[in-house]
Design a protein around this ligand. Structure first.
Ligand code: PMP
Length: 356
């Protein structure tokens, strides 16, 4: 039986993505070869890549003056590539927790970093708003959804400098005005597909804004633009699964439909966290992520931790354990998480309340 999966990433993927990828692993399009065996230079794979790129463009309304790339290395490699390619003197970063801090640390290796806003003062339980963006920096970097702390910004900022966003954990969960960004990137392993492929949406002019330093070939954006994501062997099966996920998002009604469902799931779960006397939320209202919902025990109930996780497990609910740096619980409610999955979790919380 399929479980109610609340993992933070890798995470639940849509059934058609799993089914069609499984079929392609056995045989791709009557080619007599598996997607694992076929040459990345073959017509069959080129068609997969082209469809993945064009579906991404269509679903997220990516304007023509942006390149769409699929690469390896995860979002973590982008943390280094961004400053390597674009940091000439100074870059601005917003610090909203673990992932933005990692991005900041990499940037410091290549130049000056100005942290222009931070939610560290309150243990990253809110998303800073209304901060002033300097105009003398090479770019501004934000993490639009903080997977660990569960905070999210829903607004596409107006920045006077190139705006770069790590959208690893909220891509495809709402319509985005891509034209406000110089670059959007992320690891695919939440709303886009499986782990092992990284998406990059980059405005054409950024490729000409490269810093004057030696950058290894594989770490230059221009390499991947010129190679059309095939400078080296791409993660073929992962890209296939991304294509299937995008097909599913489109069939479901696109990012607007995803946003509606995301709101519904998050509201339902937050309502229970607020109501249930055993639990409490950690994130301030107005900053609450629709993708990652952390919650902790009400005071004095902490001893119930393992008991609740076991209680959930026998109800086929998995992936609730909070990140090791925060504790408590975190339910990740990405696109493929259904309303029924959330209902099962809410019912489990209510049954547990009756039991203890
Ligand atoms: N940024 C965010 C917001 C993330 O959630 C993660 C991974 N969970 C990363 C970056 C790192 O991604 P990767 O593991 O693909 O390097």
């Amino acid at each position: 039986m399929r479980k109610h999966i609340f993992n933070a990433g890798p995470c639940k993927l849509a059934d058609p993505c799993l089914e069609n990828t499984a079929k392609a692993v056995l045989e791709l399009n009557n080619s007599g070869q598996s997607i694992l065996e076929v040459s990345h230079r073959s017509k069959d794979f080129q068609a997969v890549m082209d469809e993945a790129v064009s579906l991404f463009r269509e679903v997220l309304s990516i304007p023509d003056n942006y390149h769409v790339l699929f690469m390896g290395g995860g979002a973590s490699t982008q943390f280094a590539m961004i400053p390597m390619n674009f940091l000439k003197t100074k870059a601005a970063y917003v610090n909203t927790g673990t992932w933005s801090k990692k991005a900041i640390d990499e940037a410091k290796l290549f130049g000056n970093v100005e942290v222009i806003a931070s939610s560290q003062d309150k243990n990253y339980t809110y998303y800073p708003k209304g901060f002033k963006i300097p105009s003398d920096v090479d770019y501004l970097h934000i993490t639009s959804n903080n997977t660990i702390r569960g905070t999210e910004i829903f607004e596409d900022l107006n920045a006077p400098v190139p705006l770069i966003a790590d959208m690893s954990s909220d891509i495809l969960s709402r319509p985005v005005d891509v034209s406000k960004y110089a670059m959007i990137y992320g690891g695919a392993q939440k709303n886009m597909g499986p782990a092992g492929v990284t998406f990059v949406i980059i405005r054409n002019d950024m490729i000409e804004k490269i810093a004057d330093r030696v950058v290894p070939t594989m770490l230059r954006y221009s390499t991947h633009v010129e190679g059309e994501s095939m400078y080296n062997t791409p993660p073929c099966v992962n890209i296939f699964a991304v294509k299937e996920t995008l097909k599913w998002v489109k069939a479901m009604g696109g990012v607007k439909a995803m946003e509606k469902l995301a709101k519904e799931r998050a509201e339902m779960l937050y309502a229970e966290i607020e109501r249930n006397p055993l639990f409490r939320p950690t994130v301030e209202e107005g900053s609450r992520s629709r993708m990652n919902i952390p919650f902790i025990w009400a005071e004095g109930k902490e001893d119930l931790q393992e008991k609740f996780l076991d209680f959930a497990k026998v109800r086929n609910i998995v992936g609730l354990k909070g990140h090791r740096s925060v504790g408590g619980f975190r339910a990740s409610t990405y696109n493929a998480c259904t309303i029924d999955d959330v209902k099962a979790l809410v019912k489990c919380m209510q049954d547990f309340e009756k039991e203890v």
